[in-house]
Design a binder for this molecule. Structure first.
Ligand code: SF4
Length: 456
C-alpha cells in the first residue's frame, strides 16, 4: 500500500519551526512521507501563528489557500498557536473554511486522525498545555543550521504579550535531553550552526530552580530562608544558559542565541557569548523610554541599554546586535518616541525590526488608556525604520574590504556570524562554493543590507 503523504506549512517564529520539525518527526515515524505539493498530500497541516493580528490574518489566508488547493479527500488540519488560542472560533467556522480538525498543543495530528472519524479536540482551557513538542523526534535538518528549542512557555508578564496565556509557564528541558538532540542533529557533520531558542532564553532553568526551592516547603519562614539561601548561592553559581552554551559549543562550530531579555544578560553571560565564534546579541528591548517600558511591565531604559551595549563592544568590538521594538503601545507619547529615535541613533544596532502594537485579548495593555491612533503609530514606525535602515546600510558598507568566515547555505548564498538565518541580510558568494561548507572570504561589495564576497 502506498504511504500516506503530508504537506506541512509553518508560519511564525523559529520556535514554531522547531515544533514543525518535531511534528514532521512524528508523522515520519508513523509511516507517512513528505508530499511534493499540497495538491498531492493526504494530510495538509498548517502550523499557525497567533502572536499578533497580522500573524492571525496570514494564518487564516494560508489555511484558506491550502483548503482550496488540497485534493478533495485530503484532510486539512490546523495546529499551533492559533489552534490553541482561537480553537473554538476556528471550530465554529471549520466547515465554512474547510478545516477537518483543529489540533491545539498536544492533540494528535497523526494518520490516526485521517483514518478515524473527525473529532474536534476539546477546548483547551489549561494555562499550561499538558503536552508539548519539546522532546519529540525530529528529522535531520535540510539546511546546514538548525533551531534547538530549550524551553517552552514564559514566566514574564509583559503587558502586551498573550504568549504565557496559551503557551503556559516556562518549562525548561533537561540539559541532557537538549544535548542528546543536539548530538543527533550534528552527528552527521552536515549541521554547522545551532541556534538556541526559547520564549525567554536567558531564563533557561529558572523554572526548575524555583520549583526546587518551593517544593514541599509549607512553612513560610523556612521557605523564605531557603529562598534567600538559594538567591545567595545563585549569585555565585553561573546561569544554566551559560553551561548550556558551553556544552553546545563543544558539539558544533557556531552557536547562536536568539531572544535575550536584557535583565538576564549578565556580565558572565556576555563574556561567554563573546568567547564563542558568534558574538551576536539578539536583545529583546521593545522600547527605550523607561516610562513606557514600565507601562509595558518590562525592564530597562535608554541608559541601561546603552551601557550594556557599550560594555559588550568593549569586550568584543566586532559584536553584532539585533533587537525588536514595539511602536504605538498605549500611552506612547511624542517624547517617548523621540527618546526611541535617539536611542536608535546612538546604539547603532546592526539589525532592528519595528512592530506596530497589536491589542491582544486578555492582556494587561488591552485595558490601558491613551491608545495611539493607527496613523500616528504607522508614521512613527516609518521614521524608525528609515533611521535604522540608514544605520544598517552604513554598517554593512563599512565591511567592504574586510575578511570573514562564511557558512554557505545554498547555491550563491552564505552568512557570517553577523547574519542570523531567515531574519538578517545575506552574503552573495560565487555559486561554485559548496553548500554546507565554511569558507574564508573577502567582502567585495554591498547592495543595501546584503553583501557580496569572493573566497580568499
Ligand atoms: S518575555 Fe515578555 S514578550 Fe517575551 S514571551 Fe515572555 S511575556 Fe511575552
Amino acid at each position: 500500500m502506498a504511504k500516506k503523504t503530508y504537506w506541512l506549512e509553518t508560519l511564525g517564529c523559529p520556535k514554531n519551526q522547531v515544533d514543525s520539525d518535531k511534528l514532521e518527526g512524528v508523522l515520519i515515524e508513523d509511516g507517512m512521507s513528505f508530499a511534493t505539493s499540497p495538491e498531492k498530500a493526504d494530510l495538509v497541516l498548517v502550523n499557525t501563528c497567533a502572536f499578533i493580528e497580522d500573524s492571525r490574518t496570514e494564518s487564516l489566508e494560508v489555511i484558506a489557500e491550502l483548503g482550496e488547493r488540497k485534493k478533495s479527500n485530503a484532510r486539512l488540519v490546523v495546529t499551533g498557536c492559533m489552534a490553541e488560542r482561537y480553537g473554538d472560533e476556528l471550530k465554529d467556522s471549520a466547515e465554512h473554511i474547510g478545516i477537518d480538525k483543529v489540533a491545539g498543543f498536544g492533540v494528535p495530528v497523526t494518520p490516526v486522525s485521517i483514518k478515524s472519524p473527525i473529532r474536534f479536540s476539546a477546548p483547551t482551557q489549561s494555562k499550561a498545555p499538558s503536552f508539548d513538542l519539546l522532546n519529540l523526534p525530529r528529522p535531520q535538518p535540510k539546511a546546514p543550521w538548525a533551531y534547538l528549542k530549550v524551553a517552552e512557555g514564559c514566566d514574564k508578564k509583559c503587558g502586551y504579550c498573550a504568549i504565557p496565556s496559551f503557551r503556559g509557564q516556562q518549562r525548561s528541558r533537561a540539559m541532557g535531553d537538549i544535548l542528546k538532540e543536539c548530538e543527533a542533529i550534528t552527528a552527521s557533520g552536515q549541521v554547522k550552526e545551532i541556534i538556541l531558542v526559547a520564549q525567554d532564553l536567558a531564563s533557561y532553568m529558572k523554572d526548575v530552580a524555583h520549583k526546587k526551592d518551593t517544593l514541599h516547603i509549607k512553612d513560610r519562614a523556612t521557605r523564605e530562608k531557603n529562598e534567600l539561601n538559594s538567591r545567595n548561592s545563585k549569585a555565585k553559581s553561573p546561569q544554566p544558559i551559560i553551561e548550556l552554551l558551553e556544552e553546545v559549543t563543544k558539539l558544533t562550530e557556531w552557536v547562536r542565541l536568539l531572544y535575550l531579555y536584557p535583565s538576564d544578560l549578565t556580565p558572565q553571560l556576555i563574556e561567554t557569548i563573546c568567547k564563542t565564534k558568534v558574538p551576536y546579541f539578539d536583545l529583546s528591548l521593545q522600547h527605550a523610554s523607561r516610562e513606557l517600558l514600565k507601562k509595558m511591565r518590562r525592564f530597562g531604559g535608554t541608559e541601561i541599554f546603552l551601557n550594556k551595549i557599550s560594555a559588550i563592544r568593549e569586550l568584543a568590538p566586532e559584536a553584532v546586535f539585533r533587537s525588536n521594538f514595539i511602536v504605538g503601545y498605549p500611552g506612547e507619547t511624542e517624547k517617548d518616541h523621540e527618546e526611541l529615535i535617539g536611542f536608535i541613533e546612538e546604539a547603532r544596532l546592526d539589525w532592528a525590526a519595528f512592530f506596530l502594537y497589536s491589542e491582544e485579548e486578555g492582556t494587561y495593555s488591552a485595558c490601558l488608556p491613551d491608545k495611539v491612533p493607527a496613523k500616528l503609530a504607522a508614521e512613527r514606525r516609518a521614521e524608525l525604520q528609515s533611521t535604522q535602515l540608514e544605520i544598517t546600510e552604513d554598517l554593512r558598507a563599512q565591511l567592504v574590504g574586510t575578511q570573514t568566515k562564511v557558512l554557505v547555505e545554498a547555491e550563491g548564498e552564505a552568512r557570517s556570524f553577523r547574519e542570523a538565518p531567515e531574519i538578517d541580510g545575506i552574503i552573495h558568494v560565487p555559486e561554485s562554493l559548496r553548500a554546507g561548507k565554511f569558507y574564508e572570504v573577502k567582502i567585495t561589495g554591498v547592495s543595501g543590507c546584503d553583501l557580496h564576497a569572493e573566497p580568499i
